[in-house]
Unconditional design. Structure first.
Length: 453
């Protein structure tokens, strides 16, 4: 989270542990897949989540049709409000998935210039049409948070929200042992083990379950499941092994960390400070590697991050004491952010497609432009051809290894789709129903051929 400066995540989510495992030779997968949550409350210190349950309980997202309409939102008549999710996605309305809601909110503010405020990008998330008693019963906790930090009661005035970095689908690569039915073999020491023998990663720090875009509520499910189900494998894998603390390797690693700590403390005074460097890093990452990604910007961002890393090598500490020194802890954490930032940017640069949370407009697949049924059909066939080619090329996990020169080395690994084959995702796409029909016929043909064979 802190890689982006501000996010919905806790202020302790620095990524240091995964970064150090990566630098020690651990494979890091799918770094470029970062989920941006559509509804967060902007704050100077951090971005606070406005839970999806607000939309789930009937919250409506809108902007005034007149740019930066200064009227009180309650005084803006309904026909002068643009309920853009409902208009653009009539079937799903405000319940479109996270990445789509995020892009639309971002787009309405940046491309259409309809942000509610001029100097701060935001849209309205409106619950005021829902009875107070229902809101208190179902959403009391989250509404209190909004009221506490914004000083406005969301039961009587629409909330102002904007997307924020929220979750990392990528993480340390972990293994698993596949059972005959396609699940996990219970008790296998391979489950959730990284490529560093004996090092396990479980939870948001691993890459295992969420592909390019996590579905709401699935994170707790996956980290609790992995923890419960795979713990027995960790125990069986470590049975009979000597404790690591006694090994020469461990003692040498501790010494290296202590020397590193001291070397930072004894740096001569420099011109830059770690807090400023961190802010610059967050700005670069937020600008180039969130909702919309473009290759020219990613190339530039990679260079900028490398330069910033050089500056960090010589940044100075305002506190060089040896007791509860927060300055040195933060400086080390900032240093740990660079390898992951570079991997994320490189992964995003190389992935020339749109998949889940990774969106590059230059590679988006447009809907059907034709109006005549025959032409529509032909276009849908071409669309499906392109989808299949793209799937063959890009339905892969990105595997990053920390190179000796400090730059990431990237390869790709196939994704096991034997249980659920991939299919087009067509939310709101013009001509989606024709594509769906063509796809259905193709799938039926393949199934028929397989059963004959
Ligand atoms: C605001 C918010 C709301 C969310 N809501 C939902 C939801 O409704 N449903 C859902 O499924 N998911 C939700 N998520 C995501 C989900 O909460 C997280 O993905 C999940 O809690 C991660 O759990 P974890 O155990 O993997 O990591 P964490 O909970 O981050 O635990 C990691 C622990 O490791 C410790 N640690 C870090 N570095 C070190 C180190 N170097 N040495 C030792 N210890 C270290 C940390 O202090 C922390 O205690 C939400 C996330 C946020 C930010």
């Amino acid at each position: 989270g802190l890689l982006y400066g501000r996010s919905t995540m806790s202020m302790i989510c620095t990524g240091s542990a995964v970064s150090r495992a990566y630098k020690a030779g651990g494979k890091y997968a799918n770094a470029e897949f970062i989920q941006v949550h559509p509804t967060a409350v902007p704050g100077a210190d951090k971005l606070r989540l406005m839970s999806e349950s607000a939309r789930g309980e009937g919250g409506r997202v809108w902007v005034p049709r007149k740019p930066q309409d200064a009227r009180d939102p309650k005084d803006i008549p309904v026909d002068e409000r643009y309920y853009f999710l409902e208009e653009r996605y009539p079937e799903y309305g405000n319940l479109v998935p996270r990445d789509i809601a995020t892009r639309e909110i971002f787009d309405i503010c940046t491309t259409d210039g309809l942000s509610v405020e001029k100097d701060r990008l935001c849209v309205y998330l409106d619950l005021t049409h829902i009875p107070r008693e229902t809101l208190d019963r179902k959403l009391g906790g989250i509404l209190e948070i909004y009221e506490k930090f914004q000083g406005v009661d969301p039961r009587v005035a629409p909330m102002k929200i904007f997307p924020a970095v929220h979750y990392s689908m990528g993480g340390l690569w972990v293994d698993y042992e596949k059972s005959e039915t396609g699940g996990l073999v219970e008790g296998s020491p391979r489950n959730q083990q990284t490529n560093i023998h004996g090092l396990y990663a479980i939870g948001e720090c691993d890459y295992q379950y969420h592909g390019a875009n996590r579905l709401g509520a699935n994170s707790l499910l996956s980290c609790i499941f992995s923890g419960l189900f795979c713990a027995s494998g960790v125990i069986s894998g470590s049975k009979g092994k000597a404790p690591l603390e006694t090994s020469r390797e461990f003692v040498a690693a501790v010494k290296r960390q202590e020397d590193y700590h001291q070397s930072i403390l004894s740096r001569p005074a420099g011109e830059s400070n770690p807090y400023d460097i961190h802010q610059q890093l967050g700005n670069i990452m937020t600008r180039t590697a969130t909702v919309v990604r473009r290759n020219d910007q990613l190339v530039q961002a990679y260079d900028d991050v490398c330069q910033l890393e050089n500056v960090w090598q010589n940044c100075s500490l305002s506190d060089t004491g040896n007791w509860t020194n927060q300055n040195v802890v933060f400086t080390k954490a900032v240093g740990d952010m660079f390898p992951i930032a570079k991997l994320l940017l490189k992964g995003a640069l190389l992935r020339d497609e749109c998949r889940g949370a990774h969106y590059k407009p230059d590679f988006a697949m447009p809907g059907i432009a034709a109006t005549e049924p025959e032409e529509q059909r032909a276009e849908a066939e071409r669309w499906c051809d392109r989808f299949e080619a793209n799937t063959r090329k890009w339905l892969k996990s990105t595997i990053g290894v920390h190179g000796d020169d400090g730059h990431p080395v990237i390869t790709y690994e196939d994704v096991d789709t034997t249980l659920i084959p991939p299919r087009p995702r067509l939310y709101g796409l013009v001509g989606g129903e024709v594509i769906e029909q063509v796809w259905k016929e193709r799938t039926e043909k393949v199934t028929e051929a397989a059963s004959v064979g």
